[in-house]
Design a protein around this ligand. Structure first.
Ligand SMILES: [Zn+2]
Length: 796
């Protein structure tokens, strides 16, 4: 019902967009009785929502947001509004394009300008490019993409999107006119519309109860939760695919403003520059751009009296998973405003303020200040920070239009320049001699979606480079192309710097440290160190993405149970996604189902995804959430699981969940890094090497050596009985004794891994417990180890 209503509203809006009568009608209201402000006919958000965005305890539904933008586009000749696709849970994914009416009438011209500046090869031979570019830069507009609401509990930004759009549509102030003339603003009210309603429904349900302001007991994106902002190179989810295919790749924005919220007790606002490290393939012009723009906004806001602003702290620029634009000619301006409790105000005492990475909110410093003394913190404070920062960003984009376009062209020029002798020329993706080329084509699909040109070697083309003859079917990826750096970042090995604070403690990356796709996907990719010729074919039209897979369906589908805690676990969402993508039938099991079901009669295997053992066992504390969501598996659940295994079931535990099984079932296994401090052992999301016992059924179809995605992972040692390993324990994977376990990323204290176990099976009664000391299905990316996971759940 809800979706039908939205389509109807959109259909009506669409008619109005096209109909000159609609426009004249709207404008005639403003002009009756002589000159009236432009705003007279433009609806304010409160006219549609019934409240002003930012009011305490008020959230808009996704329907209301769509309704508001529809009404705004109908009334204003500065706003286009369209539906780009459907979300995971079938809501409309929408975009508002906002600019001066004369710019909106010529959007295709501006797309063309962007297209040519992004790829200077399109401007003709090198000798004429600069002159042609200068002419385009004179005419072009700064393209600004503003994205809101990817993290749905950070409610300030989707609410602010309506305030931003209303001001742009209604104000005749000179600074707004300048913004409209000089920029084209692509405004995404939410990158995760499903989450808007998940959070609003929970918030409204708990409003006025002791649980008001708590986060919902489910992921706010069906599969990825908070990881929806870690999907900008794997492109697994439809929301990422729509944003990349229909906005980024169409417009190549120079500036992407991604509006977020952070914790309650740190700085009031973070702005770039980012702290170190910056991923080495991010162009220097991008670093210069986000430094200049972030510092400008911070400076202007401080001058207006805003307090508690930090720059150059907390957030790094390492993972391409969070920054598509950094490899596509645009700066990403992340802003992070302090949160309240969803829409419920809080009071923060000065003493409650806590240090972040690179600043102390109670002390003025080069990266922080002036100090905020504490006090009440309302949703209105959040929307005020967000809208102020957004309009300063737009001011900079408008006032420095030619500089932004020049910088954008310089990035493209550097990207396409011919490589010199001694430089890396490209990569070759080698097809396996036998077996499927499925992972190769999947990898090429990811790069293709990122607009990387890929050429396949054929009999009539030279594919000998550096004295190596590449077999027919080899995919060649030259680096001298607009988005060559995107390919390089994803194909090479990461060497994360050994960052320590003053006391020698390792500084954790904001996200993870490795993103080497050939390792994650077990694809043979070789660097090419000498020139090779290839025909300019343009993009070969990949973009099928990474959605469907070609895994064979189980012929007799076994029955799987997937544990789903009320404390949302992102790995649970990813596991569900991987199972669905591979057509494996399963059901999700909440805590109470372990008390009411005869597990053995229903399931062959039960999977517990990565989650802290104490959270699995205890869940939310009593009083923290409505009673039906508290308590975790509890001792009753442990008993039911034990009976399930003893009677012949398979329990598969992923990563930290393995320690839950070790502790609760008293398994003869020890996690040797459990109590080791981070300065002595640290693997914050890296790709390590493991060796497999390929004679074991669990390693069926696997090579002798493979990878492990290691992040907060246990490292196993079998506890001997006397001098021998207990007979009910089998080790299937170990870290190498004589090789460096690190393949990509960052590893401290690697010696502690030597010869230790990474995948173990323990027999109990008629069944078994399988312990993964890593994440075999990490974010839908670590396909190299999917077979281990599928073998584990498929039973004997
Ligand atoms: Zn966020």
């Amino acid at each position: 019902m809800q979706t039908k209503m939205v389509s109807l509203i959109l259909a009506v809006a669409f008619l109005f967009q096209l109909s000159p009568l609609g426009r004249i009608g709207a404008h005639s209201v403003a002009t009756i009785g002589g000159p009236a402000p432009h705003s007279a006919a433009i609806p304010a958000p409160e006219e549609v929502l019934g409240f002003v965005p930012g009011d305490d305890r008020k959230l808009a539904s996704w329907n209301q947001v769509v309704e508001y933008f529809t009404a705004l586009a109908k009334a204003s000749d500065r706003v286009n509004f369209e539906t780009l696709g459907r979300t995971t849970m079938d809501r409309p994914f929408v975009l508002a394009t906002i600019s001066a009416p004369e710019n909106l009438a010529r959007l295709n011209d501006y797309k063309n300008i962007q297209d040519q500046l992004a790829d200077p090869r399109k401007l003709g031979p090198p000798g004429v490019r600069d002159r042609k570019a200068a002419e385009l830069i004179k005419r072009g507009k700064t393209i600004v993409l503003i994205t809101c609401g990817i993290h749905s509990t950070e409610v300030g930004s989707y609410l602010s999107s309506m305030l931003i759009a209303h001001r742009l549509a209604s104000s005749d102030a000179p600074e707004i006119q300048r913004v409209l003339r000089n920029t084209i603003i692509l405004l995404v009210p939410s990158l995760n519309p499903d989450g808007v309603d998940i959070v609003k429904n929970w918030y409204d349900k708990t409003l006025g109860t002791p649980y008001e302001g708590t986060e919902p007991p489910e992921l706010y994106h069906k599969y990825t939760g908070h990881d929806n902002n870690r999907d900008w190179y794997a492109f697994t989810q439809v929301e990422t695919q729509i944003t990349v295919d229909k906005i980024h790749n169409v417009w190549h924005p120079q500036i992407v403003h991604d509006i977020h919220q952070q914790g309650e007790f740190g700085s009031r606002l973070f702005l770039p520059p980012y702290m170190q490290p910056v991923e080495p393939n991010v162009p220097k012009q991008i670093v210069a751009g986000y430094t200049e723009l972030g510092n400008f906004i911070a400076h202007e806001m401080r001058a207006q009296g805003f307090k508690g602003i930090t720059t150059n702290s907390t957030y790094d620029a390492w993972s391409p998973a969070r920054a598509y634009s950094h490899y596509h000619g645009g700066v990403r301006i992340l802003s992070e405003t302090a949160s309240c409790k969803i829409a419920t105000p809080i009071t923060v005492m000065f003493d409650q303020l806590r240090k972040g990475e690179g600043y102390d909110p109670r002390r003025e410093s080069a990266s922080f200040g002036p100090v905020w003394r504490g006090g009440e913190w309302h949703l209105r404070d959040i929307t005020r920070h967000m809208t102020t920062a957004a309009f300063l960003l737009l001011r900079h984009a408008a006032e420095n239009r030619e500089e932004w376009l020049s910088r954008f062209y310089e990035i493209g020029k550097e990207a396409v320049r011919p490589r010199r002798s001694g430089e890396l020329w490209g990569y070759a993706v080698i097809q396996p001699e036998k077996g499927s080329s499925y992972f190769e084509s999947l990898l090429e699909g990811m790069l293709g979606r990122g607009l990387v040109d890929i050429v396949h070697a054929r009999g009539d083309l030279p594919f000998v480079a550096s004295g190596v003859s590449y077999p027919q079917g080899t995919a060649l990826i030259p680096l001298n192309q607009p988005y060559g750096a995107f390919a390089k970042a994803l194909l090479e090995t990461q060497h994360y710097p050994n960052l320590r604070d003053a006391s020698g403690h390792p500084i954790a990356p904001y996200d993870v440290t490795a993103h080497t796709l050939p390792l994650l996907m077990n694809v043979n990719v070789k660097p090419v160190l000498s020139p090779f010729k290839y025909p300019r074919s343009g993009n070969e039209g990949f973009g099928g993405g990474t959605g469907g897979t070609s895994y064979s369906k189980d012929s007799t589908p076994p029955r799987y149970g997937l544990y789903k805690s009320y404390v949302p676990a992102i790995d649970e969402g990813w596991t569900r996604w991987v199972l669905e993508q591979s057509h494996r039938r399963f059901v999700s099991l909440a805590d109470n189902e372990f008390r009411t079901r005869d597990l053995g009669a229903k399931f062959n295997a039960i999977i517990i995804p990565d989650q802290l053992p104490r959270t699995i066992l205890n869940g939310f504390k009593a009083g923290a959430m409505p009673p039906e969501y508290t308590g975790g598996l509890g001792q009753e659940g442990v008993k039911a699981l034990r009976e399930f295994v003893e009677q012949g079931g398979t329990l598969v535990c992923l990563n930290r969940a393995s320690n839950f099984a070790i502790e609760e079932f008293k398994l003869p296994i020890r996690d040797v890094v459990a109590d080791v401090p981070e300065r002595d052992f640290f693997v914050p999301g890296s790709i390590l090497r493991i060796e497999l016992d390929t004679s074991d059924p669990l390693a069926r179809g696997m090579p002798m050596e493979t990878i492990a995605w290691v992040e907060d992972s246990p490292v196993f040692e079998v506890i001997k009985t006397g001098h021998v390993d207990p007979p009910n324990v089998r080790v299937i994977a170990r870290y190498p004794l004589d090789k460096n376990p690190l393949l990509s990323g960052w590893l401290l204290g690697g010696n502690r891994l030597k010869g230790k176990a990474a995948l173990v099976e323990v027999t109990i009664g008629k069944g078994r417990v399988i312990l993964f000391g890593f994440r075999p299905q990490y974010r839908g990316q670590s396909m190299a180890t999917y077979p281990l996971f599928f073998n584990a759940i498929s039973g004997k």
